[in-house]
Design a protein around this ligand. Structure first.
Ligand code: ATP
Ligand code: MG
Length: 306
């Protein structure tokens, strides 16, 4: 049995007025194992970033529990634990231009998280090392972000996370803003770093074809609710929830003939009849979870037996 590093239980995140709140994350549960890459996929506005921000304690949670190494890390927590978590869990973002401070030089950007706790000399050494770890030259440290290409800026963002010696990295659409030609380079860098340092990733994306390449397991989220979760190949082979199927139908296939004749499936939530028969989060086969009511689960079970 693998060790659970991050455990999210019945997480709820709401925004807006207390009387009429908007529920961005609605009763979401999943575990992430040490050393794995866990994918979170779903359309724009489904709550992916909000989950990431709740884990790094930037967005307050409205319900549920988030545990890291068995310790509760949401809501009010001990100061030392807060400090510990702030270092151990790092996040990298989609748009490297917007997420880096344009007026600061690279050495400051990369060392911001250790600025108070180190002297100048140590800091310089650590910055040089972090830059080299991501394939950049130490000389770059005296330049400004606008002097770099998108791919290089994303490497700076990764260096900034790495310098903290994190255990767990939340990568929020880390390659979506990059040219196709450099996406693979950044993905390869992330996967090398993972191997070398035993890192655990939460990888957020709306692109299932990228996820297939990089994730061990994938959770599919729709409107703040996780509708399906499984090992990557299981999910691609036996997608059960209609939303997962719709997402998969948009993934390009290597066969040009079937590609041309392909019909894109559109997800229609009115296929669910949840008025009386209420949906529950169900483990339908080992490690494969789906959100559905009794009637749907029975149907899914039959499909799996085929
Ligand atoms: N600070 C906030 N205040 C109010 N509403 C918010 C806030 N942050 C997010 N939301 C809302 O919560 C929902 C989920 O947003 P979130 O950014 O998590 O989506 P996402 O899945 O990351 O989307 P994308 O793929 O576009 O990045 C959206 O409807 C968004 O408008
Ligand atoms: Mg987002």
């Amino acid at each position: 049995m693998s060790d659970v590093l991050l455990s999210v239980k019945n997480l709820v995140v709401q925004f807006g007025k207390r009387r009429r709140p908007f529920t961005a994350v609605n009763d979401v549960s999943f575990d992430i194992y040490k050393g794995e890459t866990f994918g979170l996929v779903g359309e724009s506005g489904s709550g992916k970033t909000t989950i990431g921000r709740a884990v790094i304690r930037v967005t307050p949670t409205s319900g549920g529990v988030i545990e890291y190494n068995g310790q509760k890390i949401n809501g009010k927590i001990d100061k030392n634990l807060d400090k510990d978590i702030t270092r151990k869990i790092q996040m990298i973002f989609q748009d490297p231009m917007a997420s880096l401070n344009e007026r600061a030089k690279v050495d400051y950007i990369v060392s911001e998280g250790i600025y108070r706790s180190t002297d100048r000399e140590t800091r310089k050494k650590l910055v040089d090392k972090a830059l080299m770890d991501v394939g950049l030259l130490p000389e770059f440290s005296s330049r400004f972000p606008h002097e770099f290409s998108g791919g290089q800026r994303q490497r700076i963002g990764i260096a900034r996370a790495l310098i903290m010696q994190p255990e767990f990295i939340i990568a929020d659409e880390p390659i979506s803003a990059l040219d196709v030609s450099i996406r693979a380079q950044v993905l390869n860098l992330l996967s090398e770093l993972q191997k070398k340092r035993g890192l655990t990733y939460l990888f957020i994306s709306h692109d299932l074809s990228v996820m297939r390449f990089i994730c061990d397991r994938i959770a599919v989220i729709h409107k703040g609710k996780i509708v399906e979760l499984a090992e990557t190949e299981k999910l691609f082979k036996h997608p059960l929830h209609p939303y997962t199927r719709a997402l998969l139908s948009a993934v390009p296939m290597p066969d040009p003939v079937s590609e041309k004749n392909k019909v894109l499936t559109v997800y229609d939530p009115s296929v669910h009849h949840y008025e009386k028969d209420k949906p529950v989060w169900t483990e339908i086969e080992e490690g494969h979870f789906v959100y559905g009511n009794n009637a749907e689960i029975r149907k899914y079970e039959e499909e799996l037996e085929k």
